[in-house]
Design a protein around this ligand. Structure first.
Ligand code: AMP
Ligand code: MG
Length: 403
């Protein structure tokens, strides 16, 4: 065995990965193309938000002082709608202005009453107030954000609401990390594309499709290759091609101890392995290293494992590659509603359904936990994070990673 770290703990694996992240440059994208991208610089607002004091209601604006002894009659002198030209108008004692949501508050006025709480005479010239005006219906300039304030930080995962905020702050385009092109290479003689006719020993290849979705979920660009048969020479060619075309390579299958586990074999003989095997269950076989200078994860072939290992190792690595940015890990505390098998040495990642209906979050198994059982992952909304030595007895509490 070479002296590469072998069978490392989960924290050790993360430490190795975070010490050598990808370096992703910045590019500028229009807001329309910003969904699920990762901001590469702090963004400060170019404007106050709101830009000026304005009404949060359709109603009437007047002097608060005038409304203190209802009923009160005020004469309606003007109408202001959102986007109306600013007028030199000033609301004097005994006067009111009809105002729409978003319209600037005229000078002199300092309170609003919504239209449904007012009475207006037939000629639309006199307003009858039966209650005091409300100051809180005025949205004050800069109360959400002031000009120059940083509202989105480097690393922010761009969601529909944060993209909206970029527009509010005055940005037509924004700086984001370039997406990594991530090559996905399944290995195994038995694998065939869904839709093809299978002979008796063949199965449908699924990992590359699942991993491709995970790469997109993480905000990067998958490049899915056809699966590779178990041949060292063909694998070498495919890895070379992927290394030329991609920033990072993910393989699936062929990393265990078996004679046909050729990814592990070729990496041992011709690659540069930084660690092999991690004390997590499922998903203990993975390796990380470099092929012709390009980082590579050798993920396990079992479909549930390859997905779990992406979430546990590849996602943190990609996060580290954007300064800790992108979709963040979300953990919750759950109470085990049934007993789970834990382990003295391994971090155990059981697929669970979290029942949120009671006062405590309760975790149920999604069924048979075999690492080939993708269905149990589909049914899951979280993974237990049962630390080594932690009891998996019913009634115990543990952290869970939301999927
Ligand atoms: P391996 O890690 O190559 O020994 O594969 C472990 C198990 O996962 C075997 O049962 C394989 O048939 C299965 N497997 C490997 N790769 C894939 C894949 N891309 N899609 C579906 N199953 C796979
Ligand atoms: Mg195989």
């Amino acid at each position: 065995m070479p002296e590469t770290p072998y069978f490392v703990s989960y924290p050790e694996a993360i430490k190795i990965l975070e010490s050598q992240p990808l370096s992703l440059p910045t590019e500028i994208v229009p807001l329309d193309g910003a969904h699920n991208r990762i901001l590469s610089e702090d963004l400060e607002s170019k404007v106050d938000d709101p830009r000026f004091d304005n009404s949060s209601m359709d109603g009437f604006a007047f002097r608060y002082q005038d409304s203190l002894t209802p009923p009160t009659h005020l004469s309606i002198i003007h109408t202001l709608q959102a986007g109306a030209e600013p007028s030199p108008l000033c609301v004097e004692k005994g006067q009111a202005v009809r105002i729409m949501t978003g319209a600037p508050i005229p000078d002199g006025a300092d309170s609003i009453l919504p239209i449904e709480r007012c009475e207006v005479d037939e000629g639309n010239s006199t307003l009858l107030l039966n209650e005091e005006g409300k100051k809180h219906f005025i949205r004050k300039q800069g109360e959400n954000l002031s000009k120059g304030q940083i509202a989105l930080n480097k690393g922010a995962h761009l969601t529909p609401s944060s993209i909206g905020l970029c527009a509010t702050m005055g940005y037509p385009e924004i700086p984001v990390f370039q997406q990594a092109t991530i090559g996905i290479l399944s290995t195994g003689d038995e694998l065939q594309l869904p839709g093809t006719k299978l002979n008796e020993s063949e199965i449908y290849e699924s990992n590359s499709f699942g991993l491709s979705g995970l790469v997109k979920w993480a905000g990067h660009t998958p490049k899915r290759y056809d699966s590779v048969v178990d041949s060292i020479d063909i694998l070498r060619n495919k890895l070379d091609k992927a290394a030329e075309e991609c920033d990072l390579i993910l393989t699936s299958g062929g990393v265990s101890m078996g004679d046909w586990d050729l990814v592990r074999k070729i990496m041992e003989e011709e690659g540069d392995i930084k660690f092999w095997r991690v004390k997590i269950r499922p998903g203990s076989p993975p390796l990380f290293g470099y092929w012709k200078g390009v980082p590579i994860f050798g993920l396990p072939g079992n479909p549930a494992s390859s997905h779990v290992v992406f979430r546990m190792l590849v996602a943190p690595y990609l996060r580290a590659s954007t300064g800790g940015g992108g979709i963040q890990e979300r953990r919750v505390r759950v109470k085990l509603a049934e007993s789970f098998k834990s382990d003295e040495k391994f971090l155990v990642l059981r697929r669970i359904k979290v029942d949120t209906s009671g006062e405590q979050l309760r975790a149920y198994s999604t069924g048979y936990q075999g690492s080939g059982n993708l269905n149990s992952l589909v049914l899951a909304d979280a993974l237990t994070l049962l630390e080594p030595g932690h009891s998996g007895e019913k009634g115990t509490w543990c952290d869970a990673l939301l999927l």
